[in-house]
Design a protein around this ligand. Structure first.
Ligand code: 0WW
Ligand code: ZN
Length: 371
């Protein structure tokens, strides 16, 4: 007779866990006024109205559906009102696809000198000329409206890591009050959206309360903030093992500031749809190329006579038309073309990674090994 051998309980758990691992990954499309966003999506960072060292049409050829605009820099120079008068950020920088602008809050904390956080908002001096500015839920939301952003981010406070439970609780509660004011200040139009940002650090009850507060405000999407701030991948994944599930399943989930390929893969497996990170652009300019063989530090002298491309099957200009020896030289002598080609390759690499992840999810296949 056929006897069905039952796996011992702990083995069953492991097998279930493995399948669980891919259950939360989802591939989808976000429809906006400026076009569609295929998710999981990687959003290249455009700081001062440009993805550094890239033409917008080149960013488009890498496959990016959406890029980030930087509220902090643009409000200081050239100023949100001027960008509005000139037709908005899309026209100003000749990018017609979706634009997500951050609230400016995170950048104020990391870039400006002399700043003061009050219930009202953040008062700070411009790092350019020291003049005084105030960013609040209302002013940040208005600035993002003037920029014409497709997706506006709520004004939050990124809770530092590590934080005590009390610190994380009061910070999260401030973010909830600011989210309410951001939502009230948002001028909602068809095809435009506003995302709330949940905080709560590594404390699951605070993460839950943050999610409940923000779900009440019925945002078009939700970001998970307060991660990738030094807690490390293990702790970040521990929070991601439950935090995405606290958010509405039918709305986009954006993990802010992440990340390296392995971080992105792990986060997609836990239900994240959108990512932003300066790594491909910033590290590209610093001579680091992401390849299927791992990260290549092109400045290393071992490449000075390497007549092969970064990746033989990559379709980017750096790989199609140039060698590692040439890239090594350009980066060493700080030629602008070096920054351009390295950035182009890295953005192509990240978009190819996202495309393969989307394909694997659509085919119900595991995508652990890609990275
Ligand atoms: O809770 C958060 N609230 C708001 N923003 C956050 C950001 C900034 C995301 N990129 C914005 C871009 C806007 C346009 C210009 C470029 C940034 C984070 N970045 C990281 N880690 C990466 C980090 C970057 C620097 C220090 S940690 N964790 C983050 C957490 C939060
Ligand atoms: Zn390439």
């Amino acid at each position: 007779e056929v006897s069905i051998t039952k796996f011992p309980a702990d083995e069953r758990k492991i097998i279930a866990k493995a399948h669980d691992k891919y259950k939360k990954a989802r591939a989808g499309i976000i429809n906006t006024r400026h076009g569609q966003i295929h998710t999981p999506a990687f959003m290249p960072v455009g700081t001062k109205g440009t993805v550094k060292a890239m033409l917008p049409e080149s960013v488009q050829t890498t496959g990016a559906d959406i890029i980030l605009g930087n509220t902090y820099h643009l409000m200081l120079q050239p100023g949100a009102k001027r960008v509005f008068k000139l037709g908005g950020l899309h026209k100003f920088m000749n990018w017609s696809k979706p634009l997500l602008t951050d609230s400016g809050g995170f950048q104020v904390m990391s870039l400006s000198k002399l700043r003061k956080i009050t219930e009202e908002g953040v008062i700070f001096n411009s790092h350019i000329d020291g003049s005084k500015f105030m960013l609040s839920p209302e002013s940040s939301t208005e600035i993002q409206y003037l920029l014409g952003s497709t997706i506006t981010m709520a004004f939050d406070e990124c809770t530092p890591y590590p934080s005590t439970y009390e610190q994380a609780k009061s910070s999260m509660e401030l973010t909830s009050r600011w989210a309410k004011r951001s939502r009230k200040a948002f001028y909602s139009r068809d095809g435009y959206g506003q995302f709330g940002i949940i905080q709560g650090s590594i404390y699951n009850d605070l993460r839950l309360k943050s999610a409940l507060d923000l779900i009440e405000l019925d945002f078009e999407g939700y970001a998970i903030g307060g991660l990738a701030v030094g807690e490390g991948q293990e702790l970040m994944f521990k929070v991601l093992d439950y935090a995405p599930d606290l958010l509405p399943i039918n709305k986009p989930r954006y993990l802010m500031g992440v990340g390296k390929p392995a971080d992105i893969i792990g986060a997609v497996q836990r239900g994240i749809d959108m990512f932003d990170c300066v790594i491909p652009t910033r590290s590209g300019r610093n001579g680091q190329a992401f390849t299927k063989y791992g990260v290549v530090n092109i400045r290393n002298s071992k490449y000075k006579e390497d007549n092969t491309p970064l990746e033989e099957d990559c379709l980017c200009p750096a790989c199609k038309n140039y060698t590692k020896a040439y890239l090594h030289y350009l980066v060493k002598v700080k030629e602008i073309l070096g920054a351009m080609l390295m950035t182009w390759h890295n953005l192509m690499y990240f978009q190819k990674l996202m495309l393969r992840i989307r394909e694997y999810i659509a085919q119900g296949k595991d995508f652990d090994f890609i990275s």
